[in-house]
Design a protein around this ligand. Sequence first.
Ligand code: IMP
Length: 205
Amino acid sequence: MMESGAKMLLLATANPHKAGELRELLSAIGVQVLTLADLPSEIEAEQVEEDEPTLEGNALKKARYWAERSGFTTLADDTGLEVEMLGGAPGVYSARYAGEDATYEDNVRKLLAELQGVEERKAQFRTVLAYVSPQGEHLVDGICDGIIVKEVRGAGGFGYDPIFLPNGFEQTFAEMNSALKNSISHRGRALQAFAEWMKTKAHKT
Ligand code: IMP
């Protein structure tokens, strides 16, 4: 492994929005956040197959892979939508619920079909973050509770946003502006939990 600076963290995503959110949360403790887009292009293009049976397994698999490959302390995420009446499905299979090449619309249609006639529609989004450094590994998660509405509502966001109504709100994730969604979402909460953990850790080192 290449030696890395103590305060550099690689976020195993090429998504600049996820990185921006984390940067904002960690700026106070002087941690510099890199993404896969900051790595040499032949490395950045590599993909890790997300074939573990749990969100934790996939997040750890990605974080370990990129930590080893880059030499940087690494954070990776995996997210799923867990519907109570479906025993936690689609869960870790959220991205490919309606099949390997499913679009967001296909997945939404399948979930609405599965819940046709079902009145009990409790669900939660859950994001797991896995941190892998030479000193060890750490997992945190973030949960957003809500219900699956009966028809799509709103044009913002992505994935299951048009059918997820977070508890305590009257707008689906797709009807909210992104700042509000990020402040209450599973991913936002996981990132906040991670930032809190990093801060306590920074005080100890
Ligand atoms: P990922 O782990 O962030 O790639 O998320 C896996 C899948 O979960 C995505 O393909 C989406 O279908 C769904 N998903 C993740 N986060 C969200 C969200 O914030 N809103 C809606 N759907 C999401």
